[in-house]
Design a binder for this molecule. Sequence first.
Ligand code: SAM
Length: 831
Amino acid sequence: MRAYHYITLVRDESPSLHHTAPPAARVSPIRAPFSAPVPTTFSRLISDVFDIGFLSILSNTTSHFYRGFRNGQQTSVQCYSNLYRRSAREQEPHTPRSPGVSTMKVLDLSTAALRDYEMGNYDSAIQLYTSLMEDEPECSYHLVNRAKCYLQQANYTKVVEDIKTALDIDPKNVEGAITGGRASTKLGKYEDAYHFYKAGLDTDPKSVVITEDLKKLQQVILDDYDKMGGESDEQGYDAVNFCGQDSYPGDDVLLRKEYESLERKYDMEKDIPAPPPDSLRSEKAGRIAVEAHRAMMAGKFPEALQFFTLAVELEPANKVLRRLRAEVRFLNEDLVGAIQDLWLIPKGERTADSWKLGGKVLGQIGYPIAAEFWLRKAYTLSEKKDQEAAIIFQKVRTSRIYSPMTTDFPVTVDFSGYGRGIYAKRDIPEGEVIFEDSPAVFGRVMEKDVEEMIPACDYCSQSLLTARRYFGAKLDTFDTSVQELIERQWPDVTPVMCDKCNIVTFCTDTCKERAWEEYHQLICPARCAATKTLYEVADNYGYGYNEKGEKVNLWLASFSPIILARMWAQIVTEAKRLVKKDGCTQPTIEHWAKAKAPFRKFIAFGAGDVSSKMSTVLQLFRDIFSDCGDGVKYEITDGEFTGRYYQASCNLQSFSFPVTPYHQFINRLSKVDVQDMRVLALLKPLEAKTPTANFCGIFSLHACLNHSCINNVEVCDGYVNDRGGVIVRAKRDITKGEELYTTYIDTSMPRKLRRAWLYKSFNFWCHCPRCVHEGDDPYVCTTCHKKSTDGEAFRGCGNCKKAWYCTVECQRKSWNQGHKEVCQIKHSDTS
Ligand SMILES: C[S@@+](CC[C@H](N)C(=O)[O-])C[C@H]1O[C@@H](n2cnc3c(N)ncnc32)[C@H](O)[C@@H]1O
């Protein structure tokens, strides 16, 4: 391999300023690449490039630090070489150079470009880097350096273009990632900025620069948000308009049944023969109706009802009288009477208000499908303007979907401002397990290093941690008798491998067979090239090869792409099962609707189409599901992909099987004689942290939990229906009717960061009591928002130090209004 080296001016350090951060302008992160036969010639070259008189070489391993004087200041220069670099490209011949391009030419150009950059001659530096790229088209550093010049010129689009190419060449170029992050931040593309920084952290998890930049990014998000009009202009999730009103598969049949039941139970009449016209009688009915209306307006509902009943007796076929009497009957809590009147109005003549009233009544007397039908009509007739009809529709739907799920739990699901939410049906004491839930779909959490992944059952999530894996090399150092004890007491966790792929693991044959029947047959890595590649991408933390054969980050989410594949596999498998059951050849629309139904309840809220950002993985999904066997295919349109992607990102919860082989081992050990010296010998080694097999999934009931930074419940790992799941536990006493809130973020973060992340990740601006009664900085009064005029910080809350007040009155007011409640809160973490 050809030796190729880089030198970086790390810092200029004035001896007197030794402990202070060096001025940014002097820390030139520009890198000058050059070839040299051996590192010993570096000092002369570096001396030329940076004009440094050298004192010493500080280290000499993978990189070399030289320290010398430059412009009278102590200066460090770092040199490193591709010979030492361990990158994805290490096997390739590095940086092909056009024939005839000499080392000295490259060095001269690099030196000149660097000088131009340092002197602020960016146009000239850009020209020089452009010619360097002609000579060395595959050198990511020229691109990054040119991008830095563009950054200085505020030409951010060009920066991003160069950085994308540079990272395609070398995904581990941290400076490239930082530069891309900065430019994207300037462009207002915060998601992109975050992904650049994330790529940088993947290579250098301890990068202080990235951590600092991420903090700045949060601030920029907040400032930007303020510019957009702040909280008052929130363009977040509009739950009512967002949740659709489409009917569920089979609703037509259920509606017919409900109508039959209604007619049978309440003698619903459809027709009242109109008496022969009589103007005197009509006039009398009209006069009585005016009286009735007057009484109604005065809130005298029983009186109004008497009048309307008189009027209806005179004019039984009058639809207006029927509608008005239905309203009064409803107000008098005569729900059956109200629907009987409305029923008599022919469908085509019912007004939007009649449909809405009928919907309300039907929902209350236990006919949810009919209620939805009536409310949908009301909403459509109002040209989608009647928000009340839309809200009642969602309340009815929420109740019908979630009531069966909550019968055994002290909670109910209702629809309110933040969409669905979970409410206590009774007082719940601190510590009580409120409900448990099984995942509708789940998959492994992607680990940075696949070697770190603990084997686990793909079907029930049971950990397959072995003693060898737990104790590591220490196992061999134990006494033979201790080793025997471990072997006898550690549960047998020999994984059962999928016979076809020999990659996916299960804990038992039963799990293996169930997985095969429910989803694995469609996404088994052995099934086709696309399934195999998909698993490889998941195992490589989202990295894979693009169409050009370059290794790039193909999957931008933090959850595994297998989760989406598994969702589609479950849908297709269920549709095929229904086809078989009904003796058809292909799934009907109804079959597809039924198969998709379990995932309908999960909201999918996010900004923008994501299909173009992950086109390679999307193509893999398309390849996998274009042929699902038996002539069945499932089309994954851009919209389908984006929708499922957001369903996952809005609702995923991490979890792991609560009892691992380690726990079982400890349990068995506790039954061994305590005097047994072998047990004593194991006490210390058993203190090591239990490595867990981490999963994440979407859970039907749990997904209805809204967020608060002062959450009253916590989500824990659970053992539910013989598989890994979650349990939701009361973090403090909860009173009947109170909403249950979990947290989506680490609540120990300061308010600014919490709100910024919630806004960016979930599109809402948190208004929880904690966000209201905490401040962002000491220069703004948390209570009245007055700014400090003299630059002096306001006095902060002595306890939590998260709120600041301009006066004692403001502090007292805040304390009484809610700060007292949030001040001593114990924080929750989320993983
Ligand atoms: C897991 S879901 C929670 C259930 C959701 N309300 C529903 O209707 O399905 C997460 C979404 O609920 C909404 N949400 C949750 N907590 C919220 C809060 N404190 N303020 C505003 N919206 C919230 C956001 O739209 C978020 O993306």
